[in-house]
Design a binder for this molecule. Sequence first.
Ligand code: NZQ
Ligand code: ZN
Length: 385
Amino acid sequence: MLNFDFYNPTKILFGKDRIADLSKEIPSDTRVLILYGGGSIKSNGILDEVHSALAGRTVKEFSGIEPNPSFETLMQAVELVRNEKIDFLLAVGGGSVIDGTKFIAAATNFEGDPWQIMEKRGGNIKSALPFGTVLTLPATGSEMNSGAVVTRKSLKAKVPFSSRLIFPRFSILDPSKTFTLPIRQIGNGVVDAFAHVMEQYMTYSINSPVQDRISEGLLQTLIEQGPKALIHPEDYEVRANIMWCATLALNGLIGSGVPHDWSTHMVGHELTALYGLDHAQTLAIIMPNMLRVRKDAKRAKLLQYAKRVWRLSDADDDHCIEGAIEKTQLFFEAMGVKTRLSDYGLGAKNIDLVLKQLQDHRLTFLGERRDVTTEVIRRVLELSV
Ligand code: NZQ
Ligand code: ZN
């Protein structure tokens, strides 16, 4: 196992009716800013519930944080936070609202142009406002991690950053608040969480059976529970299991002490920045063929995955591996997330621009062994047409 530091200070408040606990988690003398997206929390009553829980405090709102939150929008919130002397942020939404709030928390006190935070991937953050979250979409794990992804529309750049100063103080996870999710977002969430586990598990073996078996348990739970959420959207137990899976998939636990890949995510970010695809749609397109193209480098782990996660037992190793990749792709499709570029109106004509973006962003040696070059990614994209 590799050396590691494990640090995760986020308190999780899980279960029904937990929004009421906001009053205990946020000091009564703070000026609070509620941040949210396009309005789903207004129509489903979550915003009213949050206001009731915060009664007695000075509370302002900032709405309109879009999916794949933009630097341009977030800087408007930074101005509001500074003008209103806000001292606590509360993100109410999915990964985009939470990621946006992390950026705002770090940018408010930042000296200089806050885009430098993105240029240095968060390494120059010296302080951040405290914030909590109310999660409404299980997917990204942002509710219990120290990473975020921000898009600068004018540059068509979607950039991740992280800092130990941007962990949420707390996150409220009430599975019943996910009942109103559209089918597309249920599927996106399950696929994203699945991909997070894979990016930390599907590398090479270094004798880490605990991380492996937790990862395999998360993958099997997503495979088992995901389709049920599509059929029975108001099944609390199903939603609860998916929600906890998505959080554990990217809170640092399974990634401690093991190599990471993340090449599917990095290519996916470019597809979103260029063509506006949902984050999970990009992962569903790229991951199956990333595994096919790199199957020799990942051979031992792919066989383990085939046997333990999909219970395949073909005597021929190559058949076994292809069977597991095929099942992975079919699972994404079964969750309603299409797996080909052509499903989204894209094709061979778009590949050069994706590769150019990766080069411009210096993302040319990706993967657990830094051998995923633009040529490897070209093959992946060509297979994905
Ligand atoms: O904006 P509103 O009206 O709230 O609607 C949202 C949005 O349109 C809707 N929604 C959320 N909760 C709902 C709901 N609709 C009805 N009922 C509810 N309970 O869902 C839509 C998508 O929301 P969004 O927050 O964009 O989705 P997601 O949670 O998938 O977040 C995606 C973002 O997270 C980043 C992605 O790159 C992308 O920008 N990621 C962040 C990570 C992290 N911080 O660790 C890791 C991930 O790999 C990912 O990159
Ligand atoms: Zn993701």
